[in-house]
Design a protein around this ligand. Structure first.
Ligand SMILES: Nc1nc2c(c(=O)[nH]1)N[C@H]1C(S)=C(S)[C@@H](COP(=O)(O)O)O[C@H]1N2
Ligand SMILES: [Mo]
Length: 233
């Protein structure tokens, strides 16, 4: 089965396939990435997948994803956001320093590659350009790597993508501090791309010359996850 079709198989269909015991034949060695695609958690993939289908819808349309539960805990006194790599002036910002940076507001839609969306999410946060003005990226910097407090979760944007109009580091969601399940204290928001680019529980941004594909991209998803144009719905 080719990649496009694989991603278009709905989860209900997929689970019935599992029931029929044919999943291994249909999905081969990509079974883990389908089950664990930006859909499910790692670990015991079968129970988690069922749990995700049945269990973690929350009222306003979001599904809460984490690859390595339990969710990280934000501790304001010890939290830092580190910005380093190919920059002239690396910084490590304490929470109150980050929170004091100029913030902007936007209302944008959020799309997961697996087919769900939440429209009109109100975010408040810091534009990446504000950080770049602080750290002064070197001309050799071509990618920004966004590292989560959640172990192994990382994603990447080209430097050019980091300053697209609606890209931000969001610390406020619908008027409230970003909730723990949505990535407290700060997550990347890039509405132009699918959800898996929107790294939660952000702790570090490292600028590099070479591309280091993100967590789901190492499992077959597109690096350029443009909504409507990449390997989602
Ligand atoms: N650290 C971390 N960030 C993550 C994920 C994750 O599992 N861990 N999942 C991604 C995916 S696939 C989606 S669709 C969104 C879901 O955001 P939500 O959990 O706030 O609904 O978070 C993205 N960011
Ligand atoms: Mo996703």
């Amino acid at each position: 089965m080719d990649e496009l079709h694989e991603h278009r198989v709905g989860r209900a269909a997929f689970l019935s396939v599992l029931g029929a015991g044919a999943a291994g034949i249909l999905f081969g060695n990509r079974i883990a990435s389908v089950l664990g695609g930006p859909v499910a958690s790692v670990g015991s993939v079968f129970p988690k997948a069922v749990q995700n289908v049945a269990g973690d819808l929350i009222p306003n349309g979001w599904r809460i994803y984490a690859i390595n539960p339990p969710w990280p805990v934000f501790q304001p006194a010890s939290y830092t956001l580190q910005v380093d790599g190919l920059v002239r002036k690396p910084v490590t910002l304490r929470w109150e320093q980050f929170a004091a940076l100029p913030s902007v507001d936007q209302t944008t839609d959020f799309h997961c590659v697996t087919g769900w969306s939440v429209d009109h999410v109100h975010w408040r946060g810091v534009r990446l350009q504000t950080l770049w003005d602080l750290v002064e990226p070197l001309p050799s910097a071509r990618y920004a790597n966004f590292v989560s407090m959640e172990r192994q979760y990382v994603d990447t944007l080209s430097m050019k993508q980091t300053t697209l109009p609606d890209v931000m580091l969001a610390h406020t969601m619908d008027g409230q501090p970003l909730p723990r399940e949505h990535g407290a204290p700060v997550r990347l928001i890039i509405p132009e791309m699918y959800g898996y680019k929107n790294v939660k529980w952000l702790k570090r941004i490292t600028l590099t010359h070479d591309l280091h594909p993100g967590y789901w991209e190492q499992n077959g998803y597109d690096v350029d996850a443009w909504v409507g144009h990449s390997n989602g719905y």
